[in-house]
Write a protein that binds this ligand. Sequence first.
Ligand SMILES: Nc1ncnc2c1ncn2[C@@H]1O[C@H](COP(=O)(O)OP(=O)(O)OP(=O)(O)O)[C@@H](O)[C@H]1O
Length: 246
Amino acid sequence: MLDVRSVTKRFGGLVAVSDVTLSVPEGSITGLIGPNGAGKTTLFTLISGFQQPSAGTVHFRGEDITGRPPERLAVMGIARTFQIVQPFAGLSVAENIAVGAYLRHAGRAEAMGKAEAVAAMVGLADLERPASSLTVAGRKRLELARALATEPQLLLLDEVLAGLNPSEIRDIIPVIRAIRDAGVTILMIEHVMQAVMSLCEHVHVLANGRLIAAGTPAEVVGNPAVVEAYLGHGAAGRLQKGAVNG
Ligand SMILES: Nc1ncnc2c1ncn2[C@@H]1O[C@H](COP(=O)(O)OP(=O)(O)OP(=O)(O)O)[C@@H](O)[C@H]1O
């Protein structure tokens, strides 16, 4: 469904994303992991049209979409969430979700109807309350709902679990799986490995802007290059020695 080919993004002298090639199969939940500053969010901004790549191309369903603006990509069926959740504080929960629904439903009644259906799917109740009164977990669900209300085929999730406690994470994992089961392909940036392990069929690992590993979650967490990217040079060897000695 999505093909990222040799994509590079430079900010002056800094290469935030360096020659990254990856694909996301239709119907999958694909993970994108890596240490802080690896270039994950930058790669999302390039796929979703918020920034232009310095080099490389992005194809969606075989069509070159490189550099197209986010609003055109939304119409094509690509939606994203943001790491820092910023609901319209003066609007109700339902109205916030309807903002996304207006993409495909011109009338208020229709957009609000769509918002209610999406809210039920992500487990948001009490839709008339102001969005500003939601807890962090509620805001994360709202962020998910706003993107879903645009009726995407491809959903890019940027750390939807960040800031949640373990029981909130356990509660939202089935919601993400249900979204995929409803026909939405998902590419997710995630630091919570428990979620990556349970949700993703395939994971790509970025470090210093480069793709350093790809495979099933079990394969990548056992990959010495991945262990070193997270824990520092020589860590894989030290861990192995510790395991043998211990
Ligand atoms: N607009 C920008 N201008 C200059 N440098 C930037 C810009 N956006 C990102 N960077 C730099 O690019 C690198 C990659 O950042 P990015 O936010 O993509 O990493 P990340 O993997 O998403 O990190 P995290 O897990 O902490 O969110 C960092 O060094 C960051 O400081």
